[in-house]
Design a protein around this ligand. Structure first.
Ligand code: ZN
Length: 259
């Protein structure tokens, strides 16, 4: 069970692995030329990194992992327990978007898995899944209805935690900026699939709702991260999903925090 604690200024953060997400190359690298993906096997387990931020004795979890929706994953709560954080200790859950690898762990036996938490979701994400009544995502989000606060615009949730609407992968996809003292961490969830695809910004994880908007958002976020030298956290990048964007010969590159 992989975990990685880090500090962001005065804040404590804990990266946990939820396990692995079995994917096909075609799904994980949609709209991607062969010369970028040829080193990947036809099927593999994509990383599933999630993060919990502790601020003023509050625990803020960003996404919940697969829960019981995937037999190879669902380790997030056990990984938090290992560091003394129980599911009852989570005060806020920010859902970056509604795909099952991010919300499957939000419920246990049809009830909120983090019973003392307020859950946050962008209003466009809620409406998107509300319109897809036969989906598993709709079913899970419905179980959270009494616990969810919908986000209508970019906002500061806490001093040091700011939510940004970053649409494309889904209509209501959220990213989260964490800042303390002079340090910043930008949590960009599923805007990115793998460092190998940074050379081809039209590459995306399957099920992307609006690939053109996704490409625009990816470019804006990567340019911003590179210019500002911000530490990024990416859900499906190699564990712990932390690193910096640099530019070489006009092309974005990933420099992992751990080498
Ligand atoms: Zn994902």
């Amino acid at each position: 069970m992989k975990t990685y604690p880090l500090r962001i200024g005065e804040l404590n953060a804990l990266v946990v692995s939820d396990g692995g997400m079995p994917v096909t190359k075609e799904f994980f690298f949609a709209n991607t030329p062969d010369h970028i993906t040829h080193q990947f096997p036809a099927e593999f387990d994509a990383p599933l990194n999630f993060i919990c931020i502790s601020i003023d004795h509050k625990n803020i979890l960003i996404d919940t992992g697969f829960g019981s929706e995937c037999k190879d994953a669902g380790l997030l709560i056990q990984a938090l327990n290992k560091h003394g954080i129980s599911r009852y200790d989570i005060d806020e859950v920010i859902l970056t978007h509604g795909h099952l690898d991010h919300i499957g762990g939000a419920v246990i036996k049809d009830k909120p898995a983090f019973p003392n938490a307020t859950y946050y979701l962008h209003v466009e994400e809620w409406e998107m899944w509300a319109a897809d009544k036969s989906s598993k995502e709709h079913s899970i989000l419905s179980m959270l209805e009494d616990s969810i606060t919908l986000i209508h615009k970019d906002m500061e949730l806490y001093p040091g935690i700011r939510l940004f609407h970053t649409p494309g992968h889904t209509y209501g996809h959220l990213s989260v900026m964490v800042y303390s003292e002079n340090q910043r961490l930008f949590i960009v969830s599923d805007l990115l699939n793998d460092p190998a695809a940074l050379r081809h910004l039209s590459s995306h994880i399957g099920l992307e709702k609006s690939p053109e908007k996704g490409r625009q958002t990816r470019k804006a976020v990567l340019d911003f991260a590179e210019e500002q030298g911000i530490l990024l956290f990416v859900c499906h990048y190699p564990f712990p999903g932390l690193g910096y964007i640099e530019k070489k010969d006009g092309v974005h590159q990933w420099t992992p925090l751990l080498t």
